[in-house]
Write a protein that binds this ligand. Structure first.
Ligand SMILES: Nc1ncnc2c1ncn2[C@@H]1O[C@H](COP(=O)(O)OP(=O)(O)O)[C@@H](O)[C@H]1O
Ligand SMILES: [Mg+2]
Length: 319
């Protein structure tokens, strides 16, 4: 049940006609319920809020102090085009399953896994994974803009981190700390080495201490730079790689869709090896654009091969 303060705040905001405050408190009630393992009730409350008729306040600002640091992202349909290795899929399914049955686990004093570290090269689907988790759990998806935390709020990062983690408690969601090791990586560039280290350690401490009902996802391109000790703070560590031949084929097939021509994709896939999921997706889009602009209904094999080759040379990923 909602606590006494929340009930009072709901009544007050209603009487003051403060719709935004009302919604904020209602979302806090949802987070409180979720924390107690009442996943379904929390979801119902969020859904009622999402579907309320007054659309003007449909996009609830994250919180006035965090507007530029935590952004609410769209996730609809993202999982349909997600191509992922089987072992990673299994781990993701387990996270989703434990989340949706959190109440059952709670009865036995156990909690669902909800702190996840993703590592791997750029463009292999780490950000996308966080969006997929949000879509599958029906939770809102927030990205914490770490670079802004550093560039704009240097010197007051501790206060900002505290605000971010209180948001994580009060508003259940999937929170992505993307390229969070950037804090560490910029150390060399910054004069204030000590401050950077404090920020990174502060963030890791907050993650460790967090007992909210939100899912926390941290992503890094550069796991070697991280201290192994920090892995313990996460319930899962998922390693991403560039796509295998089979995955390349699925990616191209999905992306080219109705633009597929009369040739075997197998003849194309091997030329994409070494490219990331994102690069292959972009090459497909480039080939589709070319077809559209030259009034062709399908993507030709030559065009697709050219676009893939283009990605290889422009990014220097050719092996
Ligand atoms: N595993 C994947 N399956 C399908 N598309 C992908 C995948 N990985 C990346 N993409 C495509 O590339 C884009 C960028 O990927 P992203 O998730 O941001 O990569 P990362 O966070 O690992 O750098 C995605 O929006 C998507 O279009
Ligand atoms: Mg990313």
């Amino acid at each position: 049940m909602a606590n006494a303060d929340q009930i009072k705040a709901l009544i007050k905001s209603h009487l003051k006609n403060d719709g935004e405050r009302f919604v904020t408190v209602a979302l806090q009630v949802a987070a409180t319920e979720a924390k107690q393992g009442h996943t379904a009730l929390a979801r119902d409350i969020r859904r009622i809020i999402d579907e309320r008729p007054n659309h003007q306040v449909r996009v609830i600002s994250v919180s006035s102090e965090l507007d530029d640091l935590v952004t609410l992202e769209n996730t609809s349909g993202v999982s349909a085009s997600f191509v992922v290795r089987k072992d990673l899929q299994t781990k993701l399914d387990r996270i989703i399953n434990e989340y949706s049955q959190a109440e059952k686990l709670k009865k036995f004093g156990l909690s669902n896994r909800r702190k996840i570290l993703l590592s791997g090269p750029p463009g292999t689907g780490k950000t996308m994974t966080a969006a997929v988790l949000a879509e599958k759990t029906d939770l809102p998806f927030f990205i914490v803009q770490i670079d802004r935390l550093i560039t704009k709020y240097m010197g007051e990062t501790a206060a900002k981190l505290r605000q971010i983690f209180s948001l994580i408690r009060e508003r259940q969601g999937v929170y992505l700390f993307d390229e969070f090791d950037a804090i560490g990586a910029q150390r060399g560039l910054d004069n204030d080495v000590g401050e950077m280290r404090r920020v990174l350690n502060g963030l890791l401490q907050f993650i460790e201490q967090d007992e909210s009902s939100s899912l926390i996802v941290a992503a890094t391109n550069n796991i070697e730079s991280l201290d192994v000790a920090l892995f313990r703070r996460f319930s899962d560590v998922l390693h991403y790689e560039k796509p295998s031949l089979d995955e390349v084929e699925t990616l191209i097939k999905n992306r080219i869709g109705t633009f597929t021509g009369r040739y075997r994709l197998e003849d194309v896939t091997k030329y994409a090896v070494g490219l990331s999921h994102a690069e292959i997706t972009q090459a497909c889009d480039d080939a589709i654009k070319e077809a559209i602009l030259s009034d062709r209904k399908t993507v030709s094999k030559t065009s697709l091969l050219n676009m893939l080759a283009d990605k290889k040379t422009s990014y220097g990923t050719m092996k």
